[in-house]
Design a protein around this ligand. Sequence first.
Ligand code: URA
Length: 235
Amino acid sequence: MPPEMRTDALLSRYGYCSRRETAAWLAAGRVTCKGIAVRNGKEKVEPADVLVDGAPVEFADGLYVALNKPLGCTCSHREDGELVYDLLPERWLRRNPGVNTVGRLDKETSGLLLLTDDGTFEHRLTSPKKHVPKVYRFVTSAPVPESAPALFAEGTLMLESEKTPCLPPELALPAPCAGEPTLHEGRYHQVRRMLAAVGAPVIELERLAIGPLRLADLNLAPGEWCAIDPHLFDN
Ligand code: URA
């Protein structure tokens, strides 16, 4: 748990209200520490001892969430149209540090997407040096050449405007127009670009797993989220 902090700082850190609004929250008795109402925003409290509206501080140790990203929404805070952040409770978006996606999925890609307010966690999962494997499922509009898995495994495939070849992904091909690649890096539109490079445009793409976390084990309908244990990704 984080160390003690001022009550007004706690309420704004975890997105409950602004520092200016703290006085009204405290006057209404909405915040208690060890069962006693806190009346002054300057009072220092341990987050573990605090209840807000009768509930423990939400994600006091950091927010780590898996979302089943639906098609059609964008992993951005600022673009027009539907955003993944529109699917989350508004309070999360007022947290400071803020909540961000761990890497991105394209607007027309669905599936497992992680969100966090922990920059170190985000870096650990997205850093090219860490090679956290990510598994996808795709459907193409033309058959994937049978030679594609071996070609990808060579580690020589250069995508346009890239300076280094793609790290070799494993590619399972359960059907001529369907596959499950496991990638060890996360370049821009990587799955679509790799399949386009072998003449098989992707028309459907879903992320099934990140490291040990599998979407199928989470029972999330598109647009639903759940908390996850960040230690799953230790090592
Ligand atoms: N590769 C893609 O082409 N798109 C994604 O969203 C993720 C990986």
